[in-house]
Write a protein that binds this ligand. Structure first.
Ligand code: HEC
Length: 188
């Protein structure tokens, strides 16, 4: 092999090597080698050991006092159809399966004359203010364990607000709307 031919072959290899390196660099520029911020296919690994209580616990009745001033009375009246199998809302209405509900906002709990309340409700105490109506209508049996009111409750805060607004309206002089201070206290 003469020297020139050897040099040509060597130069050829060198050129090929340079091209390969250049190609690699070029691909680095065109398709940067960045780390993914997240797995493209996230793998759910359940946390073991500590159970996060807030995740398992029911959300509980969300606050509704702030919604009352702008609640939808007509929607509340419609929701009241879920109650009329057991309750009468009209003034002077009789007790049925459930006690008469005219003027219920701020009335004594278990206060309807002549109604045979469960021991649980009779002993509960206090008045039906907006906060307790919100809790009761969210899940009656959770708020008064042992109540004989068989109603699952309203899970949507808006439904409870509209329902409570309707209860408020079934009175000669509706109870005052919650004050800003009461609204703030409910959220805490
Ligand atoms: C299946 C029958 C039934 C349905 C439906 C029902 N209730 Fe009742 N409700 C009762 C009974 C029974 C009681 C008395 C519970 C007790 O003594 O533990 C009661 C009690 C109440 C009380 C307490 C009254 C008081 O005098 O202390 C309120 C407020 C009330 N219901 C509101 C409602 C509303 C609002 C609805 C509709 C969204 C509704 N209930 C649906 C049966 C029912």
């Amino acid at each position: 092999m003469d020297e020139l031919r050897f040099n040509k072959i060597a130069a050829g290899f060198l050129l090929a090597a340079l091209l390969a390196m250049g190609g690699y660099k070029l691909s680095e520029v065109l398709v940067p080698h960045t780390e993914l911020a997240q797995n493209a296919y996230p793998i759910e690994v359940p946390e073991t050991g500590t159970v996060v209580a807030s995740a398992a616990a029911p959300a509980g009745p969300e606050p509704v006092l702030a919604l009352l001033a702008s609640a939808d009375l007509a929607a509340g009246q419609k929701l009241a159809k879920k109650c009329t199998a057991c309750h009468v809302f009209e003034k002077g209405g009789a007790n049925k399966t459930g006690p008469a509900l005219w003027n219920i906002v701020n009335a004594d709990k278990g206060g309807a004359d002549g109604f045979g309340y469960s021991q649980a409700l009779a002993d509960f105490g206090g008045v039906w203010d907006y906060v307790s109506l919100n809790a009761f209508l969210y899940k009656p049996k959770a708020y008064i364990s042992g109540t004989k009111m068989n109603f699952a409750g309203f899970k949507k805060p808006k439904d409870r607000a509209n329902m409570i607004a309707y209860l408020r309206s079934t009175a000669d002089s509706p109870a005052p709307l919650p004050t800003d201070a009461e609204i703030a206290a409910e959220i805490q």
